[in-house]
Design a protein around this ligand. Structure first.
Ligand code: BG6
Length: 516
C-alpha cells in the first residue's frame, strides 16, 4: 500500500521556534505519596518526577515524601527508588540526573489508620517543605493506595487539619473511583467532606496522553474534519484498547475489578467523549469538561436484552505471545482457579443526541490480545452513487484512524485510481506520524498530569458528575453479566483478538474490526 509520509510542513504563520515552550511558573510544593513504596510509585510516579526534575520542571525547593508501612529511612527510600528506576524506567538511568533529584526524596514510615503518624506527617511537612512569605505550604497528596484505603486516609487528613488552612493542599485520586454508582457517590462524599471540589484531581491517565489530547486539536483546529463529523457522514466509530500484557502482579486487584471497571468505565468512556463532544466555547477546564459531561449523559445505558445482543465478555486462556507460552488468567497469581472475572469486553453504544443519533460506537478492549494497540477508527459512509461500474460495487470506505499507542499517528484512508486499469479503485493511506514530525521527547501521561496539578489546571482531570454518569452506563452491563455468571470461560486464547463472538457482534451488522 502506498504511503505518503507526513513531513512537517513549514508554516507561513508559525515558525517552530515561535511555539511557546510551555512557560509556566509554579511555587514549590511538597508531594506526599500515600503508598510511596508501592508499585505505582515505583513504575510511574517517581520516574515521572525524576524526569520533570531533569527538565527543570520541578520548582526549586519542592520535595517528595513517600508515606507507607515499610520501615525505611530517607536514605533507604532513595536506594529503593534508584533500583526501581533502573528496573522500570524506559529511559536509561543517568547518575547526574538522579543526583540532582534524589535529595528531594524523603520517607515517612507510618500506618494509614494511625493518628500519631499524621502528626508525624505534619512535622515532616514543616521540616522539608518550602514555605512562602506568609507561611503557606503547597501540598499535593497522591493516593497511590488500594481504592478502599482512600476514604480512611482522607478522613484522617481532615481530622488532623491537614487539608486546608496553612496548607494549600490538593489531592490526586487514582481510578477506580468506586466500583459502581453508589460507591462512587460514597467515595466522593468522603473527598468533599475534607476538600473543596477545586482541590480534587481525579486522574484518568489516558487524558494525559499527547495523542488523546490531539483528538480535540484535530477536530477543532481543522475545518475539513469537523464538517463531516456527524451522523450524516460517519457510518460508525470503533475504539480498540488492546493490551498484550496479562494481569501481571495485580491478580487479586483484578479479581475485584474486571475489564469493564478497569478500562471501559474510564479510559474508553473518555475516548468516546473526546470523539463525540461538541466544540467547547473555550479551552478553560470547565468549558471542556461541560461538553464532555453532556456526552456522558447522552450515552444510552443498554437494557438487558441489548446487553445480551450487543456485548461480549471474555477471559483469556493459555496461549502464545511474542513466541512465549503465557498462562491462562485462571492460573495467574492471586486469581481463583474457577474465576469468572472478565478480561475482555466488546460492545456497542449509542449516543442519544442530535449529532450522533443512529451512529454505533463499537468498543473493544482486553488483556493478552494479539497486539498492544489503542486506536480510534472513524469510518465514513459510502458516496451516494457508485459511479465506477460493477467492479467497484463495494468500495473501501474512507477511514480516519487515530492511533494513540504504541506509535502515535493519524492516517486517512481513501481511494485512488489504480494505474492503467480501467475503473479500478485502490485504497491508500495518508499518514502523519507524531514522532517523525516532532523529533522531541513527548511527556508521558503522568508527567503531563503532575505538571497540570502543580499548575492548578483541572482540564485533564475528571469531574465527579462524569464518573457518576459513566457508572450509570456500565453498571447495567456489570450487573447483567454478574447475575448471568458467564459459562464457557476461558473463551479466547492469549495472543488472539478475543472471543469469536466479538467478531460476530460487529460482523452481524455488515462491518468488521479495522484495527489488527
Ligand atoms: C490502567 C489499567 O488504568 O491502564 C491497567 O488499570 C491497564 O489494567 C492500563 O494495563 C493500560 O494503560 P496504558 O497506558 O498502558 O494503555
Amino acid at each position: 500500500m502506498d504511503q505518503f509520509e507526513g513531513d512537517a510542513i513549514s508554516s507561513k504563520f508559525l515558525q517552530t521556534c515561535d511555539i511557546p515552550q510551555a512557560p509556566y511558573r509554579t511555587d514549590p510544593f511538597t508531594m506526599v505519596i500515600f503508598g510511596g513504596g508501592g508499585d505505582l510509585s515505583k513504575r510511574k510516579l517517581v520516574p515521572a518526577l525524576l524526569h520533570l526534575s531533569g527538565e527543570d520542571e520541578l520548582p526549586e525547593g519542592s520535595a517528595i515524601i513517600g508515606f507507607g508501612r515499610l520501615d525505611l529511612s530517607d536514605e533507604g527510600y532513595r536506594e529503593m527508588m534508584k533500583e526501581a528506576i533502573t528496573d522500570f524506567d524506559e529511559e536509561p538511568f543517568e547518575e547526574q540526573r538522579w543526583n540532582k533529584f534524589s535529595p528531594r526524596l524523603f520517607f515517612l514510615s507510618g500506618h494509614f489508620e494511625n493518628d500519631e503518624d499524621y502528626e508525624k506527617l505534619r512535622e515532616k511537612l514543616l521540616q522539608v517543605s518550602f514555605a512562602s512569605a506568609d507561611g503557606r505550604i503547597n501540598v499535593i497528596y497522591y493516593m497511590a493506595v488500594p481504592p478502599q484505603a482512600t476514604p480512611a486516609i482522607v478522613e484522617k487528613l481532615r481530622q488532623h487539619d491537614l487539608c486546608k488552612g496553612r496548607l494549600n493542599a490538593r489531592i490526586i485520586v487514582e481510578k477506580p473511583f468506586g466500583r459502581d454508582f453508589p460507591s462512587a457517590v460514597a467515595l466522593n462524599k468522603s473527598l468533599t467532606d475534607a476538600f473543596d471540589e477545586d482541590q480534587i484531581y481525579r486522574i484518568d491517565h489516558y487524558l494525559g496522553k499527547e495523542t488523546v489530547q490531539n483528538i480535540l486539536f484535530l477536530r477543532f483546529s481543522n475545518s475539513i474534519f469537523e464538517r463531516l463529523w456527524d451522523s450524516r457522514y460517519i457510518d460508525h466509530v470503533q475504539i480498540t484498547v488492546a493490551e498484550q500484557i496479562g494481569v501481571e502482579h495485580r491478580g487479586s486487584f483484578y479479581e475485584q475489578t474486571g475489564v469493564v471497571r478497569d478500562i471501559v468505565q474510564n479510559h474508553i468512556m473518555q475516548l468516546i467523549a473526546l470523539v463525540a463532544m461538541e466544540p467547547p466555547i473555550g479551552f478553560d477546564a470547565d468549558f471542556v469538561r461541560d461538553e464532555k459531561t453532556k456526552i456522558f449523559r447522552a450515552i444510552m445505558p443498554m437494557r438487558d436484552d441489548e446487553i445480551d445482543k450487543y456485548s461480549v465478555l471474555g477471559q483469556y486462556g493459555a496461549g502464545r505471545i511474542r513466541d512465549e507460552d503465557v498462562p491462562a488468567y485462571r492460573d495467574e497469581k492471586g486469581v481463583v482457579p474457577d474465576s469468572d472475572t472478565a478480561t475482555f469486553f466488546a460492545g456497542k453504544f449509542y449516543i442519544a443526541n442530535w449529532r450522533w443519533a443512529g451512529v454505533p460506537f463499537y468498543v473493544r478492549t482486553g488483556k493478552r490480545l494479539a497486539k498492544r494497540i489503542t486506536e480510534i477508527c472513524i469510518q465514513f459512509k459510502q458516496p451516494p452513487l457508485k459511479l465506477f461500474g460493477r467492479t467497484c460495487d463495494v468500495l473501501e470506505p474512507n477511514v480516519l484512524v487515530l492511533t494513540i499507542q504504541p506509535e502515535e499517528k493519524i492516517s486517512l484512508r481513501f481511494g485512488v485510481k489504480y494505474p492503467h486499469a480501467a475503473n479500478q479503485i485502490y485504497p491508500v493511506n495518508m499518514v502523519f506520524g507524531y514522532q517523525d514530525t516532532f523529533e522531541m521527547r513527548v511527556h508521558p501521561a503522568y508527567e503531563r498530569l503532575l505538571v497540570d496539578c502543580m499548575k492548578g489546571d483541572l482540564t485533564l482531570f475528571v469531574r465527579q458528575e462524569d464518573i457518576e454518569a459513566t457508572w450509570e452506563v456500565v453498571d447495567p452491563v456489570i450487573r447483567r453479566w454478574e447475575s448471568a455468571r458467564p459459562s464457557g470461560f476461558p473463551n479466547y486464547s492469549a495472543g488472539s483478538w478475543g472471543p469469536p463472538d466479538a467478531q460476530r457482534l460487529i460482523g452481524q451488522e455488515g462491518r468488521c474490526w479495522l484495527t489488527e
